[in-house]
Design a protein around this ligand. Structure first.
Ligand SMILES: Nc1ncnc2c1ncn2[C@@H]1O[C@H](COP(=O)(O)OP(=O)(O)O)[C@@H](O)[C@H]1O
Ligand SMILES: CC(=O)N[C@@H](CCC(=O)OP(=O)(O)O)C(=O)O
Length: 298
């Protein structure tokens, strides 16, 4: 007699079947950032999830941040990290550090993916001229070498996917004069997802999703229409790093990315739960068409 434990495992696999079919050969962009990057155990779990997505036939692309690690190194060399509206003020020395730290984080992720049996290639937005930027200002203030993405040249990404590599991208780009710029990782993930017509864009962060009031756990929003999201922003409910994130979610949905999700990277396997089960997790940002689609599934 087969024990119930094994039958339950088989049930879980069967439940995943329609989702595997729906996403087969489809591109999923995963923005990986926040505290979930600092804990080595959590990092391993996130990467295991991405590797599993790849091995069952999805085409994942990781775009990672590393803001907390950059700030740690900025502090180590005796400088003070400074942000304006969630963007790091980036002078020449800071830019050098940003590129060094993100490249180190990138290669650690490449090693982890490789150790789990999937071929990965780590690149920055400079490689293949992928992220072309102009200098960004914030409310008229000069914030140094911070880039606003002007154009995404996704050829290098398509080439890597074509050859079955998992692309791992860090958010540093160049302007027309080949100067190096620091880019917010949420901006980079959103721009890449739009350019490659991703089926899904998932932001793994350090909170369970979007709250109406972050101090009240009962106000977590499971489904948020873009017009409601805009209203929340307008009414001042969204602050800190959630502001650029949610703006990027709205932008991605409006520009044709089918599914956009904000997920808690601190919860082990939150991405797998969201993709492969009927439960859902975090906050789904929805347009009307997608809302209808979700309802049809219920
Ligand atoms: N309404 C809100 N709902 C959820 N998080 C919010 C909200 N307003 C502000 N935040 C803050 O935004 C943070 C997420 O942004 P951030 O720390 O920049 O993430 P990441 O480093 O993953 O890009 C949360 O930890 C939370 O402190
Ligand atoms: C311009 C700007 O602010 N760039 C970010 C790039 C890294 C990032 O975005 O990391 P997280 O996603 O982990 O926050 C920074 O220097 O921190």
């Amino acid at each position: 007699m087969v024990s119930q434990k094994y039958l339950d495992k088989a049930e879980v696999l069967i439940e995943a079947l329609p989702y595997i079919q729906r996403f087969n050969r489809k591109i999923i962009v995963i923005k990986y950032g926040g505290s979930a990057m600092l804990d080595q155990e959590l990092k391993k779990k996130v990467i295991e999830d991405v590797v599993l997505l790849k091995l069952v036939g999805f085409k994942p692309i990781i775009v990672h941040g590393g803001g907390k690690e950059i700030s740690r190194w900025v502090g180590k060399v005796g400088m003070e990290p400074r942000f304006v509206n969630g963007l790091r003020v980036t002078d020449e020395d800071t830019m050098e550090l940003v590129e060094m730290v993100l490249a180190k984080v990138n290669k650690e992720l490449v090693s982890l993916v490789q150790s789990l049996g999937v071929k990965a290639v780590g690149i920055s937005g400079k490689d293949g001229g992928m992220l072309n930027v102009t200098k960004k200002t914030s409310g008229g203030e000069d914030i140094g070498y911070v880039g606003e993405i002007k154009e995404v040249n996704a050829k290098v990404i398509y080439d890597l996917l074509e050859r079955d590599f998992l692309p791992i991208v860090f958010p540093v780009g160049m302007d027309d004069e080949f100067r190096t710029y620091n880019i917010n990782a949420d901006d980079a993930a959103c721009a890449i997802a739009k350019e490659v017509n991703a089926e899904k864009l998932a932001f793994l962060t350090d909170i369970d999703g979007v709250y109406k009031d972050p101090s009240d756990p009962d106000t977590l929003i499971a489904e948020l229409y873009v017009n409601e999201a805009e209203k929340l922003i307008e009414d001042g409910y969204i602050g800190g790093g959630m502001l650029p994130k949610l703006n990027n979610c709205i932008d991605a949905i409006r520009q044709g990315v089918s599914r956009v999700h904000i997920l808690d990277g601190r919860i082990p396997h939150s991405m797998l739960l969201e993709i492969f089960t009927d439960k859902g997790a975090g906050t789904a940002i929805l347009c009307e068409r997608e809302a209808k689609y979700y309802n049809e599934e219920d």
